[in-house]
Design a protein. Sequence first.
Length: 212
Amino acid sequence: MQYVQHLQRLLKWLRTTRSGRIASVGLLAIAIVGVYAAYWLVSPLFIDETVDEAFPLSASAVIPDGMSRAEAEETMAAAAELETAVSETMSEAMASATALRSGMFVDADAFHSGEGAATLYQLEDGSYVLRFEAFRVTNGPDLRVLVSSHPNPSGRGDISAAGYTELDRLKGNVGSQNYFLPAELSPDDVQSVIIYCKPFRVVFSVAALSEG
């Protein structure tokens, strides 16, 4: 009973005095903050926050000196959005050439994809040319065409261990195109073709070549 009387006197004081009104405002503010804090602490138990973020394109990259991981990611993501198409026909010399070995481009990983055929031809004059047909690869900064004696390299470690020859900068990430082998390179050392991002040292796609 005394508790009720004290509570009634407190409420009367809050209503009728200036100090009481100020205290009422303060109590209301505290109550609002308390409710917000309780919601902030408890709401994650009942509300889902959905995230669908892609794995970083630069995850397997070697970051150049002076560049941050975020800058590398931005550079590779911007390049991947571009499409550079090329369409080179087979010359008359290639029309009578002999196909030595060929293979299909495959994805290097879930984020760097490739498709189409790579065929190594010997021309009548004894020179060799590598031709891509129905070709498409994820675009990237400064992509290069490499050939290696490794039968099916899965990364830069395999390429470095087996050795490689850089034929040229990739002419386009889409379309048919030709690359001549240097005279000093033996066709026996061309067992695979690699699309390689030179500045970040990332394999984008590989075609393992085989006879027939």
